[in-house]
Design a protein around this ligand. Sequence first.
Ligand code: ADP
Length: 551
Amino acid sequence: MATLADFLKRHTLWAGFAAVLAPLLVMLGLQFVWLSRLEQVSAIAHKATLNNYLEGVGTEVEYFYRSTAERALNIPAAYLTRGRLEEVANHWKKKPVEGVRSLFLVDYTRERFGNFHVYDPESGTLVSPPASEEALAIIVACTPWQMLSYRGGSAASPGLSVDERNPEYRIILNPITDDAWHVVGVAGMILDEPYFRKELLPAAIRKALPDFFSNAGTNDLVVTVRDARGRLMVSTHDDPGGGPAAVSRLPFVFRDWTLGLHSPRSTPEQWARANFTFNVTLSALLAIALVSGIALALRAANRAMMLSEMKSDFVSNVSHELRTPLSSIRVFAELLRLGRAPSPEKVQAYGEYIEAESRRLSRLIDNILDFSRIESGRKTYRFGPTDLLEVIAATLKTFEVRLKPSGFRIAFEGPAAPLPLVTIDADAIGQALHNLLDNAVKYSGASRDIRVRAARDQEGVVISVQDHGIGIPKEHQSKLFEAFYRVDSSHTASIPGTGLGLTIVKAIIEHHGGRCWFESEVGKGTTFFLLIPARLEIKRGEPGSEIGSMA
Ligand code: ADP
């Protein structure tokens, strides 16, 4: 129970992340299924739109010819029965029509085979047609009506009819019937093919486009019209080649012509697939952005949780760290006050203990204050020409008193050649070295050997502090310099510390433009390195170099 609660407590954030991720994945899965269905449906819908469009063009053409025919060919039967054919000519003269090559009238009231008249637009009168192909086409087209009239049959609500047997002469006919529905004549018109091809069709194609497609889509579409022999008669762009995405026939006249709709860039299926891919990619990108956002937020929350845990550990660690030297100071001070020091040497020894412990307290407080200054960017450094060996020697000296009773030996190996002066903050570097020595002592375990070296290489002066202590496990190494971070193990549990020492070392060294790193092996020991960069060295003759010569 306790372990489960503990597990949940430690993994709350990840449990929350999983709680968000699971529905997100389900949603993505569902969306994928919907989108694939939509892909199929939209391909069909797109194809239907293309077909509807072509039908729309056909309807437009049909409407034009029907309305033209109705206007021109609705001739009252009385004009024929009463012999007032000039009225028909007047009607055509007053209301000229477009798209028509010629208008004609056949009168069955006087002649059983019919009197054929063709309208002459120049004179505005009806004339007899000369023997020609055209006349033949008219006669052939009118034959069924002539038969009906000849037999005296009636044509109830006859309406317009079309004769396209001769593609050169496409004729729309309208039978003229009397009150008893007997056919008394036929009015007709021969269509003007060039007008249809050059004006009517392109206009119909253009007019129907916006009703079916958005503006952006129309640039992709090519409409072609081919005649019965497959010759390209009209095309909105250059011959697109390839098969059309949709095909349709014209419904009323020019029924042997084929309308084709090409979309050169994509077929409806490709279009639907492209849409599908776009939508799926978009969803995936949005999901990635969402998951990354949540992961970042969780990471930040995780860090904040860890930090707050570390801070509370820190408070108890600091109290512990303060209590130890304070109780030593109290004990030795009491001994002195009660005159329990048997000899002047003991008095001196007690005094030294009290001094060393109070120094330790001051350093602890300095570390805490320094950390707070570093964190808030308020720490000030006083750079000056400094002999690094002197700083090392002074720091080692302060350690001697403390280490004397515990049997520690600190060996110092100096550089082969004298070191040049460097421009550093001596106190800060001393403090960094002090922190490293302090750790070496604290984490030495049973070993009592500490080795401090100072050596010069191309990068600068490297100071190292080596111990043969407990070492640092690999999994902790990457976080060692983080604030409040302490290795949590059975070896370190009883060792007091705040987790700030190395953070301060790193901040100080980096402020000097240097680096700090370490090599460590569990059970064998650790060596920390500080690099004081070569650019801080003062060359001979530069201002400040004479102090070195004086020293
Ligand atoms: P602390 O006050 O805990 O010593 P530091 O920042 O100085 O804080 O060190 C962080 C942690 O790094 C320590 O808690 C310790 O576990 C580990 N550490 C530092 N120096 C050494 C060392 N020389 N040997 C082994 N572990 C070390």
